[in-house]
Every structure is written in C-alpha cells, then in structure tokens.
Design a protein around this ligand. Sequence first.
Ligand code: NA7
Length: 535
Amino acid sequence: MGSVPDVDVLVVGAGVTGIYQLHRALEEGFTARLLEAGTGPGGVWHWNRYPEARLDSESFTYGYFFDRTLFDDWRWSEYFAGQPENEAYFRYVVARRGLDAYIEYGARVTSAVWDEATGTWAVEAGNGTRVRARFVVSATGVLSIPVFPAVEGRESFRGVAHHTGLWPDEEIDFTGKRVAVVGTGSSGVQVIPAVADVVESLTVYQRTPNWVTPLNNEPITDEQQEQLRRDFERIRDTCEQGPTGFMHLPHDRKTFDDTHDVRQRFYETMWRTAKGFSKLSSNYLDMMTDPRANAEWSAFVADRIREVVDDPELAEKLIPDHPFAAKRPPFGTRYFEAYNKPNVELVSLKETPMVRVTETGIETTDGHREFDIIVWATGFDGFTGALTRIDVVGEGGRVLRDRWSHGVITYLGAMVPGFPNFFIAGGPHMIAGNFPRATEIMVDYITGVLRYARTNGHTFVAPDSEASAEWTDEVHQAATIPLMAENSWFRGANIPGKAREYLAYAGSLRKFRERMDAMGEQGYPGLTFGTPVRA
Ligand code: NA7
C-alpha cells in the first residue's frame, strides 16, 4: 500500500446502507470501492437465511426510493417479503446500477488505521485485500454480529447447530427432527411456527416472553402493485415526513379520549388488520408514553394470547411482564398457535435455567433433553458490535473500541472525535425507525460532507469534541423514554460487560432528516475541515 490513496471513498459493507452509499459516492464523481465480508450483497438479508426470515417493515417502504425506475421495475410479492426475495432485491439493485464492479465480496475488514502524515486510512481485510482511502464509510449494520450464550459445552454439541444470524446457504431439513430453538425475539418468533409442523419435537427455550402481535402479512395483488406504482411519491413522502420512516399514519387520539368500548374495538382492529409496526406507529398517541395507556393495550394483547393458547398455564408463561414495545416487539404469523401442537414444548429459562450444552442436547435445571438440531436465535451485539470488532485506529493510535469502552460518543451518529475522515452510516446513535429510511439520512449527510470538502479543497474532516459531547448528551436526554426496558439490546444489556446506555437516537425521524438536510446550508457546523500536513 503506497501513501497515495487508491480511492476517495471506501465503503465497508454491502447491506442496504452500503449499497446506497456506494451509489451516492460514485454518482458524485468520487472514486469508490466497497469491501463486503459475505459472498453477495444484502447484509442482514444475506446472513439471516433461517426458515421464514422475513421483513416486518412493509417491503415497498424498505426498498430504495432514490431511483423511481428501480421501484417501478421491481415486484414485491408480499407486504412483508421473505429473505430470498429481499436478497434478490439487493442483487437486482446492484446489477441495475452496475455496482458489482466496485464491490469485493469475501473481504471482511479487520483493521483501519489512520495515517496522520498523509491523511488517509489504511484498510485491511481478512482475505489480504489492502486499500488506502481518503475517506472510509462504515456501513456495517447494527445487527451484524451474532452472539451465542456463554453456556458451558456449546461447541461440544454433535448435532446440527446454527445461529439465525449466521445461517448456512444450504437446506437444513427439519423433517422428523428433534429441534431446540433458544431465544424468542423476532428471529425465534419467525422460526418457531415455520418448523413446528414438520419436526418430530420442538423445544423452545424462552428467557423473556415477548409481546408478539400478528404481522398480518398478505400477498400483493397485481392491482395493488399497480396502485403502489401510482402511489410512489405519496409512499416516499409519507415515509420521509413521518416520525418513524413508515407509511403508517399516526392516530389522532389518546387512549382515554375514547370510551372503553371504542378502545376495545380499536384494539381489535389493530390486532386483526393493522400491519407490522403500525401496532406502534398508528396506535393511540400515548401508548408509548403513558403507562396506563400501555397497560391497557398490553392487557388486550395478553387476553388474545390467553384466547389462542389452549393450556392456561402455558399462556401465562408466554405473557410478558414488561410494557408493550419496551423491548423491540416481534411481529409473528401463527406464533402462539404453534404452542397448541402436542409436539411443541416451552422451557422457561427463568424457572429452569440452562446448565450446559452436551454432545447430544441441552441440560436445564429440570433435566436433559436430546436434540438433532439447535437453533440459536439469541440475538446480536447491537449497534456497536461490528465496529468494535474491527481495529479502527485513529489519531494518536487510539482504538475505537477503547474510545467507546465506557460509553459511546459520536457526532450525529456519523463521526467520532479523534477519528477524522471516518464516517458511520448506521451505527450507534442513529435515529430509530424503519432502517433504510433512517440510514439514507446518514448517507445523504455523509455524501454532502464529502462534496463540501471537495468543493472547498479540504481533504480532512473531523468532528469537534464539544459538538460531539453535546450531541451525545442529546442522545441520552432523548433516551429517557419512560417505557424502555432496562434489559433490551437497545441498551447493550445482552452483552456482558458492555456499557449500559441507550444506543439509538430516540427522536423524530422527520425532524432529524430536516436537521441533517439543513447542515449543508450552514457549512456543516460541528465539523472542522482542513488539509493534513503532507497530504
Ligand atoms: P433479539 O431480539 O435480541 O432476541 C434474542 C433472544 O434470545 C431473546 O429472546 C433473548 O432473551 C434470547 N437470549 C439472548 N441471550 C440468551 C441466553 N444467554 N440464554 C437464553 N436466551 C437468550 O434477536 P433476534 O435475532 O430475535 O432479533 C434481532 C432483530 O432482528 C430484531 O429486533 C429485528 O430488528 C430483526 P432476552 O430477551 O434477552 O431475555
């Protein structure tokens, strides 16, 4: 690697964010490359290939809006498309925009080292690829590092065992098998009903029950497809101008504005027809802020669980004791129904904790069960995991994981003080909401900064310490959402030793977009531009 940059912009990760960033950088006339660990594009939709892995953002609000023809020429088969279709969508976008020539697959970035003398980053990947870049944009995702429980003997199991987030690209046949699923977050909730019909037995190991409400998925008919095409602008604008990046319209009333009967009818509609996240975004306005309002909706959902699950004792074990959406709520299809099958068993790890994994199965305090397949649906090192696993070495040899060891600091979620020319497009402190709508704000902002630097002859940009401290403070202030559970991965609670702090920015997506869009006109406040000594 010489000291002259090979490219202006190196993007890390070919998920929904990195693909868009690569496109924007090239469109602006920068030289750009992208390094991706996987063998194809799609990010989470490349890695999470488990049975029934599926979107719970409406497909057509998850795809890209930057090119109308991409929208028009793609046909989503369902409101919430499954993994193969999502992965195919990203292959389609990459092919249509001719991006493959700029992407190297099988290149997992292991280190990025800032060279102060030349003002460039020396980036290395595990396959030996080395790139010197003026700017690096990390698009490594917030749920890309799968985590396994630290339970004794996990690797001694001699059957088939996979994490949902690291699922192999081959058919795993569940037919007639004794299967364990550990974890009941969004992934476990999708796998469980998907395999329950064909297995010999299914044992679900549940630590925390979740408020699972119906996804209410449906096929998209030809007529609806035509309507979607006609509605492109409306869909785009509603997503961009709404508070969460979805096209669901907010309700106009608070819970107790309505009578008991009206509320119950409204909840009934929410349960039966409201799609995906609209159970949050179109619910009563105070559902996430007034504990009484939340308790009433939660009680309604608890009654539905009692209605569906035949065994009353089992139903109680499946009902959470945290408020609705205090943990990221999964949306399911016939999830609770699966527990009525005679071959499906629930093991509550709160009552009978896991002791060890053996060569043949899993032992809990109530005994040992034998399995052919173990599915670890145990989540991810969210928000920071991907970045703290790369040796990102900034000014003065400071390593990013050390910088964040007592708490994350960023500027707008986009940069970190002490790490010049290094951008994060979707990581800690990013705005919460429909993921692609949230990260496109970051990509547009980052692209704007790069353009501004070029226009003004700068090759160096770094966030100011004071602005970063203020922003980080704002993230913490916004995180005082009354109902957010302490044991959520949004707070880093699933990773032993990780600093406990809310890792997303809990503001309004619309307001954040307006604020980020206005930064260019203001000359990008909070950033210092310049030229490194010998660049
Ligand atoms: P999640 O939502 O983090 O769920 C992980 C599940 O695994 C959850 O039920 C955890 O229980 C459970 N878990 C985690 N560690 C353990 C141990 N050590 N023992 C037993 N059970 C454990 O991950 P998902 O993959 O389901 O979903 C991630 C995101 O993907 C989701 O939010 C969507 O954005 C899509 P816990 O609740 O921590 O007690």
